[in-house]
Design a protein around this ligand. Structure first.
Ligand code: SF4
Length: 231
């Protein structure tokens, strides 16, 4: 579908739609980089991914899942027995403790099956709001919108949200986009935050969203008001 020129886009709803469409075009394949075969494996990968790259998590989980494939198998270990698999991962001692404690809860309270709702997921050790939303969306195909550091930063710069907390940003994004777009929006904002709208040096000049970005518009307007530099 042919895009309308930005100057013809007058409402905020139109601007939000334009942002979504441009992100879709720029990052059509955006998705999780974590490898997993079932919801429990995604749960393990997500818990390990704190302060670690997806690539590093995949290097850890390949042998880990071969040796410890299920929640029941993991629940039968002591944290010290899990640590050798996780040693190349930041915070590996804490993560080992969380994984064993969470696996025991999954076995004892949920029949060995990872729960598929927000309240039960966030009752598991090591799983907060963001991780639960990632799992709900990617493992169970439920409408959920995880706000990580990239989503938080890029959404606020774009003027899609103004809240000071991830939960607030999540609520604002959910108000503006329909539920079936929450998962794709999450992945594409992350991709854009990594590739272009980086924390320290956003590359606005080459950004596909520069014409509909609130922060960029404000910066341009301020530069216009300031006029040319004084001699
Ligand atoms: S124009 Fe700049 S601040 Fe706005 S989304 Fe693009 S890179 Fe980020």
């Amino acid at each position: 579908m042919k895009q309308r020129p930005m100057e013809q886009i007058v409402t905020e709803a139109e601007r939000h739609r334009r942002i979504f469409v441009l992100l879709e075009s720029a990052y059509p394949q955006a998705g999780t980089g974590l490898r997993y075969d079932n919801p429990f494996q995604l749960f393990v990968a997500v818990l390990l991914s704190a302060q670690t790259t997806d690539k590093q998590v995949n290097r850890i989980t390949a042998p880990l899942f071969a040796a410890v494939p299920t929640a029941r198998a993991m629940a039968g270990l002591e944290p010290e027995e899990l640590e050798p698999y996780l040693k190349s991962c930041g915070l590996f001692r804490n993560k080992s403790r969380y994984l064993v404690a969470a696996s025991r809860m999954i076995v004892e309270d949920f029949g060995g099956v990872l729960p598929d709702n927000f309240a039960d997921l966030t009752s598991l050790p090591g799983i907060g709001r963001k991780s639960a939303n990632v799992i709900l969306s990617a493992a169970f195909g439920k409408p959920a919108l995880a706000v990580d550091t990239h989503v938080f930063r890029v959404a606020r710069r774009l003027g899609l949200a103004g809240a000071d907390s991830p939960a607030g940003v999540e609520d604002e994004l959910k108000e503006k986009f329909p539920p079936h777009e929450w998962g794709p929006l999450h992945h594409r904002l992350i991709a854009h935050g990594r590739a272009v709208c980086q924390a320290r040096r956003p590359q606005c000049a080459r950004c596909v969203l520069k014409d509909c970005c609130a922060e960029r518009r404000a910066a341009v307007a301020m530069a216009d008001r300031s006029g040319p530099p004084q001699e």
